[in-house]
Write a protein that binds this ligand. Structure first.
Ligand SMILES: N[C@@H](CCC(=O)N[C@@H](CS)C(=O)NCC(=O)O)C(=O)O
Length: 309
């Protein structure tokens, strides 16, 4: 029986990144569908308030953000690898571009093109999340028009990366960069085929997309959010068995800390600092719904500080 529980929803592109990783590694997993907008009362007790998708749960250990989710999947199921030796620097740099300027342009273009197909509460929810006014339909459409050229010139860069006949973005081996570029491009046509024509004239990109789609999503079975909470309640967090690493500037282990995403989602997760190394932050949280949970975050993309009194 699998102990991997993925909290996700269908049109979440970051969830798609992990679903494809499950397919690449031929994994079995349990699927808990979470709402695409806040509140998420069956998710946030597990995360200490982190509301984004996806989240990976393994008993009373909860992994927030795809960067740490992929690392944990790799630790448990290393073959085939998502992290081939010698590709770390390049794949991280490509992922930062793909999940930054590339995805931002695609998101604004695809949402503006498909706004009539999105859940009505979505635009209001995301504006509230960013502390911005709710956009009008006209402004969403204007953002799409402004971003169309940015999408086209960046899709041409992906075609260029693959134009020497290589199979994968960084060379002969698949890396997390392939998944990062893939989920951004997947968002273009996930809701509708209205933007499919943007891939005309990009034969290397189309072949590469087909290679990644062929991985599938692994084998998944449905689980209710209440069952997932039960798993957490009846499990204990596992002690991290690797040796830790603390920078001199980091808070002490055991201290009450705040962890927050370094981008626009600023809600802090507050807990006791349990473990740190070069890549990972683990905080312990506790509440009546699930007892004690170890919440894992990647270092990259999150800020860690002693909690303010
Ligand atoms: N850096 C995060 C980004 C996750 C993210 O932004 N997910 C989107 C959905 S694709 C989200 O959670 N949006 C707000 C929400 O669903 O509540 C990761 O890699 O997991």
């Amino acid at each position: 029986m699998t102990n991997l529980i993925l909290h996700h929803y269908d049109f979440s592109n970051y969830s798609e990144k992990v679903r494809v990783a499950m397919g690449f590694k031929s994994l079995r997993w349990k699927s808990v569908v979470v709402p695409p907008v806040a509140p998420k009362p069956k998710l946030t007790p597990l995360t200490g308030g982190y509301r984004r998708a996806p989240v990976l749960q393994i008993g009373a250990d909860v992994y927030c953000d795809t960067r740490i989710i992929l690392k944990e999947l790799e630790r448990r199921h290393s073959d085939p690898t998502l992290f081939p030796a010698g590709y770390g620097g390049l794949s991280n740099a490509v992922s930062a571009w793909a999940e930054g300027p590339l995805f931002r342009a695609i998101m604004l273009y695809a949402w503006g093109t498909n706004h009539d197909l999105m859940p009505p509460a979505l635009f209001e929810d995301r504006a509230r999340m960013r502390g911005l006014p709710i956009p009008s339909v006209a402004s969403v459409e204007r953002a799409a028009a402004r971003n169309a050229p940015l999408v086209r010139m960046q899709l041409a860069l992906v075609e260029d990366m693959l134009s020497d006949g290589r199979k994968w973005i960084c060379g002969n081996q698949l890396t997390t960069a392939d998944l990062s570029v893939f989920h951004a491009l997947w968002f273009m046509t996930d809701r509708s085929t209205r933007l499919a024509y943007e891939f005309d004239g990009l034969p290397a990109v189309r072949d590469w997309l087909a290679r990644i789609r062929a991985f599938g999503h692994g084998t998944c079975e449905e689980l209710s959010s209440d069952q997932a909470l039960d798993f957490a309640r009846t499990s204990e967090p596992k002690a991290v068995s690797r040796s830790g690493f603390r920078h001199p500037e980091d808070p002490d282990l055991g201290a009450l800390v705040e962890v927050r995403a370094s981008d626009y989602a600023k809600d802090a997760i507050v807990g006791r600092l349990e473990f740190l190394d070069m890549d990972e932050i683990v905080v312990l949280i506790r509440n009546d719904e699930v007892g004690e949970i170890a919440v894992h975050f990647p270092r990259i993309g999150f800020e860690l500080r002693a909690a303010r009194n």
